[in-house]
Ligand binder design. Sequence first.
Ligand code: PGA
Length: 254
Amino acid sequence: MSRISLVAGNWKMNRTAAEARELVSTMSAKLREIANVEKVVCPPFIAIPALAALLEGSGIGLGAQNLHWEAKGAFTGEVSTDMIKEFCQYVIIGHSERRAYFGETDESVNRKLHAAMKAGLTPIVCVGETLDQYESGKTAEVVRRQISAGLAGIDSAAAARIVVAYEPVWAIGTGKASSGENANHVHQDVIRPALAELLGAENAQAIRILYGGSVTASNAAEFFAYPDIDGALVGGASLKPDEFVAITKAAVRS
Ligand code: PGA
């Protein structure tokens, strides 16, 4: 199994373009020294062009936090894959905040995923159960459905490029991370089998599955010690340069 770890920072709606430049400048030299980990920052759309110029040739990737599936046209406020592709290599799809506040569904996730794949972007598809679903033992059922509906109809020839992020909603921004054991269990016993059913065993092995939800410099190593946790999608801690660098270092596989 040769899955190179990936650590992505999801800045959410934080940092102006000027602040984004400052944040990246503070950490890019340290990040680029860390070999054998794919490093990605996902700032707000409006900061993307400035960061693209700053990160050119650094080996640090750039991602968007959303996309629209149509190529162009009368969709006020939306951003297409061609616009994203000009600057970015990655795109986050179906983050739980988009599902909760902006009406994102498994169906829209699926449309966005098809558009991202067609454009040659690396999609980071988010799945995860709410606290209610977790407490009523529905994690496997919910995550399985999000995978099978969200990834439906994807051509298995390119599927290895997909990245899945398991982000239990109860762990996002709460400071209450999942245990490494629980996250690894969901990756290994729920997500990978669901991917195998849809895309074949070989693709399921190749696809990176990240954990997200209150990852910090102090708990990152616990997650990365598990064989089925291939990296992290980091929110709050990705806005703190020392934390993000430390998390990325912890993701290096020996
Ligand atoms: P958090 O967010 O690290 O602040 O919990 C993770 C995410 O929402 O991607």
